[in-house]
Write a protein that binds this ligand. Sequence first.
Ligand SMILES: Nc1nc2c(c(CN[C@H]3C=C[C@H](O)[C@@H]3O)cn2[C@@H]2O[C@H](COP(=O)(O)O)[C@@H](O)[C@H]2O)c(=O)[nH]1
Length: 306
Amino acid sequence: MEEVRQTSAWVASHAKHVKVDSLEIENVADRIQGSVPKVEWDFEGIHYFDGGPLTVQYLLVLDAINFCFWPDEELSYDHLASGLKAALQQDNSVLDADRLQTYDGPQLRELLNWPRPLPLEEERIRLLHEVGTELERSYEGQAANLVKAAGNSAARLVTLVTRHFPGFRDHSLYKGRQVFLYKRAQIFVADVWGAFKGQGHGKFYDIGSITIFADYIVPAVLEQLGVLKYSSTLSNSIDSKIEISSGSEEEIEIRACTIYAVEKMRDLIESKFAKKVLSVEMDLWLWSKGVQDSDLAHHRTLSIYY
Ligand SMILES: Nc1nc2c(c(CN[C@H]3C=C[C@H](O)[C@@H]3O)cn2[C@@H]2O[C@H](COP(=O)(O)O)[C@@H](O)[C@H]2O)c(=O)[nH]1
């Protein structure tokens, strides 16, 4: 994921609204003595897992629509993960590629047992159709075949996902340059790795190539830790829950600086404490911290990417 690392670093070095505080990165690393607290994948106990290819199908569908929960104050990622799990337990064909292509909004709500329209519901439906169609066209309907085609390489799997499914092409233009963030494509790889504990379908020799997933929770945690510093205008917008438009410099700086700051922390932990840490492990630690804090103020952008 060198393109994610390089383009995020470029944004961080040109950012005006967000600054990465190196001293605070060092303080955080010192506080934990270079040992990132271990958080188990599925620490919440909400995901479907049967040890086989249906789990991979579940994770691809889940991550195809794993974005933008905040416009409905009661909706969260947990509802999506556990709703799809319950639906699959009732009928193990609900995520078959042919059925994915047929769902409409009300049917998706019924599947998730959610009583009202979902945020960006039409986009969620479009993306489900896209996953079903492309799985059928290129992978005999099976997400497990997509994973197999990556030959145990996490980086190759991200490339395949973004090549085959346009909805996963999470990128932006910043000061004229293309910036790659690939949040949902990378989180899919991490989820397969985490669910299968790095074995079988989840065996990747280069899982260390994945960066952190730039969503709206992790930046808020980094800001709270003092690692990210926002301009007063940006801070005020976030505190007043003013929407930040998708593709704005502010939004791209928040996301890219998040990736850059975590990569810097990872490098520092390695050089100062001689410990190897994965960005995926840093992500689980920071994200779990964030979702347990109900007062966390996060930026609000309408987006299908996170
Ligand atoms: N960086 C990062 N972002 C993540 C996740 C996950 C879930 N990953 C699962 C995999 C293993 C664990 O056990 C997790 O259950 C969701 N998100 C993002 O958070 C936001 C939702 O927040 P809220 O509205 O409060 O539910 C939204 O942007 C969503 O896309 C993660 O792991 N890392």
